[in-house]
Design a protein around this ligand. Structure first.
Ligand code: AHG
Ligand code: MN
Ligand code: MN
Length: 327
């Protein structure tokens, strides 16, 4: 039996002997938070935790009670970890400045505390997504946005937890993608799959086709092609990015959230949804673009900026690109 903490320490010892355990201490804070959230999600219906708070967040979305609770849980579990300098949450307008960067506090944690909010009350899989950056050497701590708005290829780690029939965590630190299942009898995430590779192709696409008429013409052409006899694709769309991504990581296919007239830059957020999942996809041999460029090459200009997202099996992402070449 190998727990995720043991796995992280083991890999750190092998791959990054210079690491002083600060990183694994930080990740253990995230692991603790997601165990608490898993329990809150599982019993939400019994503790009056379903439904919304009546508040609207910076995204312009109604905040669900569990969004709020998951957000507070992560802030509390990570807030006193002395290796964290800044935290950025989908739910909060501004970054949380925990402490000045110093020899120990060098990490920036960006997260979507609960992804798939529209599915919470109907007991469909939801999740938590996180991305970890290091502060930029030689840049003063006060230049907060300079430290946060780094391109995705600078991530030192990324991961997600999906709260579903079982609670599963996937993470990468740049040495492959590893997956763990929460064992409720001992309250620990145990290794279930190491060095996951995404199938290079699969005839499955995942998109909210209700918005089809708003998509760029090239995307509509791709969607027409998938329905031809020669193509023979099937469609799966759960409406929780983490769940649609998790299926794509394990079984292959392609997930698309293209630009729409309502959301010309796409709906999904670059810093704490697209970047972490793009890092994981590439580490598993897949690909992630915004239709024009690699997600991980995008230089962010705003905390909550949105991006179109095409992510999945390399061949499937390339096939979408063969139909849709944004001008
Ligand atoms: P969040 O709940 O964190 O706001 O994210 C919801 C996102 C993502 O999970 C999913 O892929 C997408 O919203 C679904 O959007 P549509 O309902 O427009 O298809
Ligand atoms: Mn989300
Ligand atoms: Mn969310």
């Amino acid at each position: 039996m190998q727990t995720v903490q043991q796995h992280i320490i083991e890999r750190q010892r092998q791959e990054h002997p210079e690491a002083s355990g600060e990183f694994s201490w930080l990740l253990s804070g995230i692991i603790l938070a997601t165990k608490v959230i898993a329990d809150q999600v599982r019993t939400a219906g019994l503790n009056n935790l379903l439904g919304d708070t009546g508040q609207v967040n910076v995204q312009g979305e109604v905040v669900q009670k569990l969004d709020d609770l998951a957000n507070e849980t992560i802030l509390a579990c990570l807030g006193f970890r002395d290796t964290v300098g800044i935290m950025v949450s989908e739910e909060d307008d501004e970054p949380h400045i925990i402490k000045e960067f110093d020899g120990r506090a060098k990490y920036i944690v960006l997260f979507d505390p609960l992804d798939g909010s529209s599915n919470i009350d109907v007991n469909v899989s939801i999740g938590t997504i996180f991305s970890i950056l290091q502060n930029r050497e030689g840049v003063d701590s006060s230049k907060v946005m300079d430290h946060i708005l780094q391109p995705g290829y600078r991530q030192v780690a990324a991961g997600y937890v999906i709260y579903s029939s079982s609670t599963v965590m996937a993470y990468t630190t740049g040495d492959g993608v590893h997956m763990f299942t929460l064992d409720p009898t001992i309250g620990a995430f145990r290794l279930s799959q190491e060095a996951i590779t995404m199938p290079a192709q699969r005839k499955m696409y995942s998109v909210n086709e209700a918005y089809r008429s708003q998509f760029p013409q090239g995307v509509q052409d791709y969607l027409d092609w998938t329905k031809t006899d020669e193509a023979g694709y099937s469609l799966r769309y759960i409406g929780s990015l983490v769940a649609d991504f998790h299926r794509t990581l394990l079984r292959g296919g392609v997930f698309l959230y293209p630009p729409t007239k309502k959301a010309p830059e796409g709906k999904l957020r670059l810093l704490y949804e697209a970047n972490p999942l793009a890092f994981i996809a590439e580490q598993a041999g897949g690909a992630a673009t915004d239709g024009r460029q690699r997600i991980l090459d995008k230089v962010p200009t705003a905390l909550h900026e949105r991006t179109p997202l095409i992510v999945g099996s390399k061949e499937e992402v390339e096939r979408v690109a063969s139909f849709w070449k944004p001008e």
